[in-house]
Design a protein around this ligand. Structure first.
Ligand code: SF4
Length: 355
């Protein structure tokens, strides 16, 4: 179920019925200010609502002071092992602190960070990954890894509540997709706090995107999850943001930019559809509206799809038909299909119409 509570990360509401928030994490050394700011600007441009930066060293704190001021989107400081860095990150103005209360040096240190965060009005993300469960749950992890994850999450929540700190979101992440789904379903029934979803160490762009789409998509379709991060082994954090958006768009949870519908092709295809789809996708990047464009290889499904889409192409041998708002408007030679499609799209916008 959707979280009842919400947190506000630098002006971005997470939970409490707000749209699912897209986040990512920079892959640069945070202290390398130029590289980190370049990457933050790229992920913001790609649609990240908030961004996380790793803060493992003192010099990262120095950079963080500038980053929180210059970043176009709110910044979360990711801290492990060293509670002093957490205190300093709060003082540096981080919009949120990510903390694993199990690895920060004991309850006293967690209490100190919670007190500083409360005084500063800084929210936190608390939680645990399957690889860093508390030691006392080792046996349970062996017997029931889902229950172990949920227990760790609930124990951390109860610890924070005892400290009178409730301004947080929670994440329990696993590399195992079914476990992530089962654990978050259970956790969402046990706590009212916003949930951060992710498949930890998901893998490469290809396999990691699919694992994340299956795991996060299943939960999001059930209304579980308030913010998502796609973890991919790529140096381009903006790729993670693009995948996150595709998941949210596929589930109709949020809209951003055009939606391209294209058939998989089959033996009925009689033109070079690969190049046509690639070119349509490339040119659509220049449009901000959630315009729907279909490219279908033949008339079998092409006419029906074109009726639903805002614009469409149905191919045939040497010629293709262009549709606008469900109406066939032009038959053109295959090599002119893309140009003519975009002439129609631009005409539509020039007439002041919107999707
Ligand atoms: Fe095949 Fe036509 Fe369907 Fe494309 S639209 S997959 S070419 S039948």
């Amino acid at each position: 179920m959707a979280s009842q509570r919400s947190v506000n990360v630098g002006g971005v509401q997470i939970g409490g019925g707000a749209p699912v928030v897209v986040q990512t994490m920079t892959k640069t050394e945070t202290a390398n200010l130029q590289a980190t700011m370049d990457q933050i600007r790229r992920v913001a441009e790609a649609g990240a609502d908030i961004v996380r930066v790793a803060v493992p060293r003192e010099k990262d704190i120095e950079a963080l002071k500038t980053i929180v001021v210059e970043s176009p989107i709110p910044v979360i400081a990711d801290i492990h092992f060293n509670h002093t860095l957490a205190l300093k990150a709060i003082d540096a103005g981080a919009h949120c602190i990510r903390l694993n209360p199990g690895n920060i040096g004991g309850p006293d240190k967690v209490a100190e960070v919670a007190a500083r965060a409360r005084a500063a009005g800084t929210p936190m993300r608390i939680g645990v990954n399957s690889g860093s469960l508390p030691k006392h749950l080792a046996e349970l992890e062996f017997e029931n890894p889902v229950e172990a994850l949920v227990t760790a999450g609930v124990e951390f929540v109860e610890l924070m509540e005892r400290l009178d700190f409730t301004d947080f979101k929670v994440s329990i992440k696993s590399t195992n997709v079914p476990n992530t789904i089962a654990a978050n379903r259970l956790l969402s029934e046990r706590i009212p706090y916003p949930l951060h979803l992710g498949i930890t160490e998901a893998g490469t762009k290809w396999s990691g995107s699919l694992k994340s789409a299956v795991g996060l998509g299943t939960l999001l379709a059930d209304g579980i999850g308030d913010t998502i991060r796609i973890s991919l082994s790529t140096f381009h954090a903006e790729e993670e943001v693009k995948v996150a958006w595709e998941i949210l768009k596929a589930l109709k949870l949020r809209e951003r930019g055009p939606v391209l519908i294209a058939c998989p092709t089959c033996g009925r295809l009689q033109f070079d559809m690969d190049s046509v789809v690639a070119e349509v996708e490339r040119r659509l990047e220049a449009y901000d509206d959630p315009i729907e464009v279909s490219v279908l290889g033949c008339a079998v499904n092409g006419i029906g799809e074109a009726r639903h889409a805002d614009f469409g192409i149905t191919g045939a041998k040497d010629m293709g038909m262009i549709y606008s708002k469900g109406e066939p408007i032009k038959k053109v030679a295959t090599e002119q299909l893309v140009d003519e499609l975009f002439i129609e799209i631009d005409k539509y916008y020039a007439a002041g119409r919107t999707v």
